[in-house]
Design a protein around this ligand. Sequence first.
Ligand code: NAD
Length: 249
Amino acid sequence: SGRLEGKVALISGGASGLGEAQAVLYAREGAKVLIGDLQEALGAAVVAKITDACGEAAFTRLDVTDLGSWQAAVALTVATFGKLTTLVNNAGIFHPGGIQAETPQGWDRMVAVNQTGVFYGMKAGAPELAKAGKGAAIVNISSLYGLIGSPDAISYHASKAAVRVMGKGAALEFVKQGVRVNTIFPGQIRTPILGDITPEQDAAIKASIPMGEVGDPMDIAHASLFLASDEARYITGAELWVDGGWYAG
Ligand code: NAD
């Protein structure tokens, strides 16, 4: 049987990229999956992909910047699949800009989605996760850029660093309830988030990664699967970077 048999997961940003990969892999390993995203057509397509493969999944429109939207998504997960055991805070946005280039509006939007969105997700999910108790888990998706400095995306880096510390605090806050909280720090993974990049930028990215290649969304999904599964029962507050050796250098 699957490594997530009996689990019910709510995955934010599950319509694309890393969220889609996690939704597909979780379902393949036996979890029932509720995908929450702004992108309805893409979300429906991921649900179809999962159900075509005999998995169980549903989609709901979720705006992670809205606590009420999160509460509705949690309630729908419980109404549809009976409980919530697993929360993946994966939704995120990116735009570049150093301190001089970033605007107050750009900053606020970044923080609303990447930082407040994770806070609201954990806040809305906590009561049901606590009800599920032992075996429940939260996986938060930060970024390697939450750990290192870089000159050109100040709001993204700040929001992702906040996800790191929130994960540690949540791990301690929820430990008595049996809910584990761990954080993944993806390096450079091929998804739509980067937008269009030139062949020169692509070459520069690859040259900066010790393994010499950009990661695949499934590389993140497999790390997430492990942290969500009972194989990781003794792991909480942990930080796992999945980056082709980037952080080691
Ligand atoms: P993506 O753009 O393919 O997917 C992000 C998803 O989040 C999209 O489907 C989008 O609609 C959704 N989303 C955005 N704002 C939302 C909101 N307000 N409410 C609900 N959903 C919303 O990008 P991805 O690469 O799959 O990114 C997933 C996560 O991984 C993000 O948190 C990102 O910061 C992080 N990450 C990605 C990389 C990478 O190289 N791809 C590296 C480090 C971290």
